[in-house]
Design a protein around this ligand. Structure first.
Ligand code: CP
Length: 321
């Protein structure tokens, strides 16, 4: 596996899931694979879970790890060609990337959407430059449009906690005070669509339609109560307007309806549903204290499974070096 961006990159999902549970049972089974190999993690944006779980996964596999926070200690990087670099950016990404590639065997990249230019974001311009110029296998640690390590961990968590063969899984928009990217809901939808035994429903205010390539065959229900009825899992997430129905709205907050906040009444509509969120979460905007602290909340097991999803991805890349 030379790059990890989409669910298809893993090949058959049942095999990847089996590998995940194998690694969860014995986290150090493949420790020999990473001997004398180095992972470089590049962060253009903040992180808690991705930073810690990816480093832990790499260490479980015997790797050395280098972490670079581009905006804290490195030269500021220009990402556009043709720019006269007379501002505060001292180095161009097109030199920096191959240099980074000299010092490692594999690269993880976190680079969020700018949310001003939909075409630029959805082309995954920064990630694609790493793939093209680093000379190393590259995996997404949340990029402009996808967060596959999170979605893989979410699928593992659902598999562990489901009580029916084909659970109803509801991805629900919820309000937020800042404009957030669509990477998490995009990947969540993509991975749930790829899973053979998931009944996926997506609910959001009208105008917040996700890109059709991620929605796939999922049912979209604008009535949140109807969507929640009989749900086995509620996956809450805010996203800014994807600009699908109105391109001028891309990256904006066009709804702040607090009736979409997931509270105990919302959860009472479900089939004793489990609550999920990728974290970090702003309480009492996305979800109330009562719901996130309830026994049905899976936010901590989800975060724990980030170590497992990442272990599978790094293992696959090590096997192909
Ligand atoms: N869920 C997730 O990716 O968390 P971080 O942003 O803290 O890495």
């Amino acid at each position: 596996m030379k790059s990890f961006i989409n669910v298809e990159d893993l090949g058959p999902l049942d095999k990847a899931m089996a590998e995940a549970f194998e690694i969860k049972n014995d986290r150090f089974k493949y420790q020999h694979l990473g001997k004398n190999k180095t992972l470089m993690m590049i962060f253009f944006n903040n992180s808690l879970r991705t930073r810690l779980s990816t480093q832990k996964a790499a260490m479980n596999l015997g790797m050395n790890v280098i972490v670079l926070d581009v905006n804290a200690g490195a030269w500021k990087l220009e990402t556009e060609r043709g720019v006269i670099m007379d501002g505060d950016k001292s180095e161009h990404l097109l030199e920096a990337i191959p240099v980074m590639g000299c010092y490692c065997d594999m690269i993880g990249v976190r680079s969020f959407a700018g949310l001003t230019d939909r075409e630029y974001d959805y082309a995954e311009t920064v990630l694609q430059q790493f793939i093209k110029y680093s000379g190393r296998p590259v995996f997404a640690m949340e990029t402009a449009t996808v967060h596959p390590l999170q979605a893989f961990a979410d699928l593992i968590t659902i598999e562990e906690h489901k009580v029916v063969e084909r659970p109803k899984v509801v991805l629900t928009w919820a309000p937020h005070c800042r404009a957030l990217p669509q990477a998490v809901p995009n990947s969540f939808a993509q991975w749930m669509n790829a899973a053979p035994d998931v009944d996926l429903v997506i609910t959001h205010p009208e105008g917040y339609e996700l890109d059709p390539k991620f929605v796939g065959n999922a049912r979209v229900e604008y009535d949140q109560k109807k969507a929640f009825e009989g749900a086995d899992f509620i996956y809450a997430k805010n996203w800014s307007n994807p600009g699908v129905t109105n391109p001028a709205d891309y990256g904006k907050i066009t709804c702040n309806d607090m009736s979409w906040t997931v509270d105990t009444e919302h959860m009472s509509w479900t089939n004793n549903g489990k609550f999920m969120h990728c974290l970090p979460v702003r309480r009492n905007l996305i979800v109330t204290d009562d719901v996130i602290e309830s026994p049905n909340s899976l936010v901590i097991p989800e975060a724990a499974n980030r170590e497992i999803s990442c272990s599978v991805v790094i293992k696959r890349m090590l096997e192909n070096l």
